[in-house]
Design a protein around this ligand. Structure first.
Ligand code: SF4
Ligand code: FES
Length: 531
């Protein structure tokens, strides 16, 4: 394996790698703006220039391939002098509006300005002002903050493949723009906000919502479809403010779909179920969670006693964690060994495929199966054995005397063409769901449950990859994670701990672990602390 020496330290490098990649792999920081590992290399910003022994001029680290034995200086006086000059040039027309910029705190311009910038500006002329633009459904462009790195333009060509963004004009009049009448509205559009190294491209949804240093980060998985995109949930004071991609070379690389990005909206929806309800003499009445759960348990037991085995069913939702599906299946079979396990509905559409604008090579695919865990729940149902049914078969069969129905979908799910299916119209129904619906209104017992961001567990994606997600925030009101309810009803000790259930399930679940956190959330600086 070749090696290079960077600032006196010898590091390994792979043949064909650029200097910046070898440095980043070895944990050596080289300042960069236009370079992004997921995009083509243009070497236009020039902040990454380094000194290489034997080459008279500085060379771009992002575009110079390594050579075995190469000696590189990233922090030599010549390289630092260049970084300072590039910073001075980039800041000539920059508005320096960090106090009101959403990117402040995670802006490369701010970071490098702190490291390499001059304390005073030598620029005495008026700054060239460029307009703000609404360029698409989710994205705003603050053109005067742009440093023309063209990451966003390359993304729309090389990943989303629809080339909505372009560079318009030349010299100091150069700016990013869309083609007239063609907004940036593809399903990967939010990624340009993550890509932009400064605060020029902003997410309308996050605009002025939070200062980024107040946000905590929790590793999670997308609930939007079966792709299993890896994400971070960014939250503060029990509210999620944004979803960011988490790099996974096999699944989503650096990108996520807009469906994933805005999936958290359901968590804070106005129609969240927050109050347990049970029908007393036919009238719904508000009760404590334990009262409602105990009533559900006693009623289902009574039904089996009176009507015999095979009178219960449980609808296992493909939004449930595998661990929860296992616990609910175990619980319902403990009441009625012949209970029917039903796979909840799986909404589907066509896969959406994105291709490189020139090569036509597939760059990203949004799965058409719009639930995260059909495969995992099916795996659990198979392992539990006994009577099972698909949703399609279940909804056309006669209603059973008693059932436990789990939802947890990101939108209303239980109706078929606007109507509740016959199988859910009658009998004693315990509904454990997150959003209110016709089904929850008709239920005999309503147990408000938790979205994925409010609990822990694992999901299996379309390709059979099991991935764990961690709990970020608490469920609202009296809502409770499904796992906690089943653990209690099964008479087990303690609370629901996903890793313990995975260990109980054995392989392949036992080796699934929660990913490491993005960073330990730093305490807010005193001058920015919330009052
Ligand atoms: S808008 Fe952002 S990503 Fe696009 S060129 Fe400007 S600085 Fe780069
Ligand atoms: S990162 Fe190398 S020139 Fe921009």
């Amino acid at each position: 394996m070749p090696s290079i020496t960077v600032d006196g330290k010898t590091i390994p490098a792979r043949p064909g790698q650029m200097i910046i990649q070898a440095c980043h792999d070895a944990g050596i920081d080289v300042p960069h703006y236009c370079y992004h590992p997921g995009l083509s290399i243009v070497a236009s910003c020039r902040i990454c220039l380094v000194e290489v022994e034997g080459i008279p001029k500085l060379v771009p680290a992002c575009q110079t391939p390594i050579r075995d034995g190469m000696v590189v200086h990233v922090t030599s006086s010549k390289a630092i002098a260049n970084q300072k000059q590039v910073m001075e040039y980039l800041l000539v027309n920059h508005p320096l509006d960090c106090p009101v910029c959403d990117q402040a705190g995670e802006c490369l311009l701010q970071d490098y300005s702190y490291q390499y910038g001059r304390a005073q500006s030598r620029f005495e002329e008026d700054k060239h002002k460029k307009p703000k633009k609404d360029i698409g459904l989710h994205v705003l462009l603050y053109n005067d903050r742009c440093i023309m790195c063209t990451r966003c333009v390359r993304f729309t060509r090389e990943v989303s493949g629809q080339s909505e963004l372009m560079v318009q004009g030349r010299g100091h009049k150069e700016e990013i723009d869309i083609f007239p009448g063609k907004p940036l509205d593809n399903k990967l559009s939010g990624n340009v906000v993550d890509l932009c190294p400064v605060g020029a491209l902003l997410d309308k949804d996050f605009l002025f919502q939070q200062r980024v240093w107040l946000l905590k980060s929790t590793p999670s998985i997308s609930p939007a479809d079966a792709g299993g995109e890896n994400i971070y949930l960014h939250w503060n004071e029990n509210r999620i403010y944004r979803v960011k991609p988490r790099y996974n070379a096999e699944i989503n690389k650096w990108w996520i779909s807009d469906d994933t990005r805005y999936s958290y909206k359901a968590v804070h929806a106005d129609n969240r179920l927050v109050q347990p309800v049970m029908k007393v003499m036919g009238a719904p009445s508000r009760v404590s969670f334990n009262e409602a759960a105990d009533h559900a348990d006693a009623s289902l037991r009574k039904i089996v006693k009176e009507r015999g085995q095979g009178s219960l069913y449980a609808v296992l939702s493909p939004m449930m964690a595998c661990e929860e599906a296992y616990l609910l299946g175990t619980y319902i079979r403990s009441l009625d060994p012949q209970a029917l396990l039903v796979m909840g509905p799986t909404p589907r559409s066509e896969d959406e495929v994105f291709k490189h604008y020139l090569s036509g090579e597939e760059t990203f695919r949004i799965q058409g199966e719009k639930v995260p865990n059909r495969k995992g729940v099916e795996r659990i149902m198979q392992s539990l054995g006994g009577a099972t049914a698909t949703w399609e078969r279940f909804v056309v069969s006669p209603a059973k005397p008693g059932g436990w129905i789990v939802g947890g979908y990101l939108s209303n799910w239980a109706t078929v063409r606007g109507e509740l299916p016959d199988a859910l119209r009658d009998g004693f129904r315990v509904v454990q769901d997150t959003l209110s619906s016709e089904l929850s209104e008709r239920a005999d017992v309503v147990l408000p449950s938790a979205f994925w961001a409010e609990k822990e567990g694992c999901w299996e994606n379309f390709a059979g990859k099991l991935q764990a997600f961690a709990k970020a925030i608490n469920p609202p009101g009296q809502a409770r994670a499904e796992g906690d309810v089943y653990v209690r009803l099964l008479g087990r000790r303690g609370r629901y701990v996903a890793q313990d259930i995975r260990n109980e399930l054995g392989e392949p679940f036992a080796s699934v672990t929660v990913p490491l956190p993005e960073h330990e959330a730093p305490a807010p600086a005193v001058e920015f602390a919330e009052i």
